[in-house]
Design a protein around this ligand. Structure first.
Ligand code: ZN
Length: 506
């Protein structure tokens, strides 16, 4: 009897571990056993495979069919093992032969009639196969992800019969290389930015945030356009580079979420009732959270004080390191989490019924509401800006003027130019600027000691906030294509750290 080991992959987090599927057919009563730490969905594959093989005209071997998934210490979950197990059974019962089995891998779920269905985490498998210089047969439904892998021996297949025909040397037009991804990547313009009337301070903060990759908090009453502003940040961000696009696509592939445009920076907007696991990742089998889904894009938390304190605390680590590490009893995974946090909140708990001049809330209510946003988180948000209610006259005047001379394209070019300065100087955006680089910037700037001491005292800056101000000033200088940070840049940067938290934001 043929004893061919079939290669496949087990995706844990974003890692695709090599797995070998072996099959042995022993004498005995007819039954099928799958061993090797296989979980529920893998054990169910028995019945799917049996049905698929019979409807495709193969026979399911008599006797005791033993399937082993090695290495046995790695938990196998999900349905991507259906196809490799089916092929291992076909090889063991001499119904097919695979010529280059030691350098070819297979992934896919099987339907009852032999159709090969999409799996989660395909991109991680494809990249791992590319690295190992192995060929990979994958479901046709995963073609858009597979198309992102430029080099690699990938083949898509839609049906088990087509695949078996192809493996036995018959020409099959349906087993083919994935179509190349479109080379152009247009930025679909929603241009939300130009819909916003007034709010010049918030728009300026947004531009700086986009240019330097900084985090931003907007404080203002409902209906002032905070959500629109947050969404327009995605419009201002440059398209993802090929490397960034692959990193983001791997996360979405692991989560099983399709992306219509892989080059757009992602924008995620979780509801404030989101659980810790939904926000940061986790669960029974590791799933990426909103933080990872916003990698190289924007994570927008509207109504920040309403989020669970525990969830917000969990965000501190990825904000600092750009990585979310999730350790559970059965696994430990790392997801990339370099998102830009845009948070929004009302100045007081009542929101809509209060205005800036007449707030009906009791001071202790306001204080309790604001204290739900923890100090350590605020310390990590670089830019803090007020989004005030516009007076009716101002609104109508702005509506008539329609001061939309600033086109989104020109602004995006400005952001792109500033990012290019940063890329050349330090290889990443200013929000990740290391202390060593900052010290160099401080010496270069040569600002007066008195001015800096006064700023430190007046704004009661912590060491972390002080560094944040310098990073913002660096970005402002980059927007003006200046080599050195000037006092004017510093003054503008300080303006974004001056919300009167101690006076209840009034
Ligand atoms: Zn109020």
């Amino acid at each position: 009897m043929g004893a061919t080991a079939i290669l496949t992959r087990a995706v844990v987090g974003l890692q695709a571990h090599a797995v070998t599927v072996e099959c042995h057919i022993a004498a005995g009563l007819p039954r099928t056993t799958i061993v090797g730490l296989a979980e529920g969905a893998v054990k169910e594959s028995r019945d799917r495979i049996k049905s698929a093989l019979r409807t495709c005209g193969f026979h399911f071997p008599r006797g005791h069919v033993i399937v082993n998934l090695a290495p046995s210490h790695l938990t196998k979950s999900g349905s991507s093992y259906d196809l490799p197990i089916a092929l291992a059974i076909l090889c063991a019962s001499d119904q097919i032969e695979i010529s280059d089995a030691a350098r070819t891998e297979f992934v896919g779920e099987l339907g009852l009639f032999g159709e090969i269905r999409r799996i989660d985490g395909l991109l991680s498998c494809a990249l791992a196969c590319q690295k190992a210089q192995h060929g990979l047969y994958l479901p046709a439904a995963n073609e858009p992800e597979a198309a992102l892998v430029k080099q690699g021996k990938l083949r898509i297949a839609a049906h088990l019969l087509d695949l078996c025909g192809h493996l036995s040397g018959k020409a099959s037009s349906s087993v083919k290389a994935p179509a190349a991804a479109p080379a152009t990547h247009p930025h679909p313009l929603e241009a939300t930015y130009t819909q916003i009337l007034g709010q010049s301070a918030a728009k300026r903060a947004l531009l700086i945030a986009a240019a330097g990759g900084h985090h931003l908090l907007m404080v203002g009453p409902p209906g002032t356009g905070k959500t629109l502003l947050a969404k327009s940040l995605a419009d201002l961000l440059p398209s993802l580079t090929d490397q960034q696009m692959l990193e983001v696509a791997a996360v979405y592939s692991a989560a099983g979420i399709p992306r219509p445009n892989y080059h757009m920076p992602p924008f995620r907007e979780p509801h404030h009732s989101a659980t810790d696991a939904a926000l940061i990742g986790g669960g029974q089998t590791p799933t990426p959270g909103e933080g990872a889904l916003a990698h190289h894009g924007v994570l927008f938390l509207d109504e920040l004080p309403h989020f669970r304190a525990s969830a917000i605390d969990l965000l501190r680590e990825p904000l600092e390191s750009g990585v979310a590490v999730i350790a559970r009893a059965r696994y430990k995974v790392r997801y990339p989490c370099k998102f830009q946090l845009i948070a929004a909140m009302n100045p007081c708990p009542a929101g809509r019924v209060c205005s800036e001049t007449s707030c009906r809330c009791a001071p202790n209510q306001v204080q309790r509401y604001q204290s739900r946003v923890s100090g350590p988180l605020l310390d990590r948000i670089d830019l803090q800006v007020r989004v005030p209610q516009l007076k009716h006259e101002t609104l109508t005047r702005l509506e008539q003027q329609a001061d939309r001379a600033e086109t989104i394209d020109a602004l995006r070019d400005q952001v792109q130019a500033a990012r290019l300065c940063q890329e050349r100087r330090q290889g990443h955006t200013n929000n990740w600027l290391a202390a060593k680089h900052l010290r160099h910037e401080m010496t270069e700037a040569g600002l007066s000691k008195d001015f800096l001491t006064q700023a430190l005292q007046q704004f009661q800056l912590s060491a972390r906030s002080y560094h944040k101000v310098w990073r913002i000033a660096r970005t402002i200088a980059d927007l003006e294509a200046q080599d050195k940070i000037s006092q004017a840049h510093m003054v503008e940067a300080l303006g974004f750290r001056s919300l009167p938290w101690d006076q209840g934001l009034r």
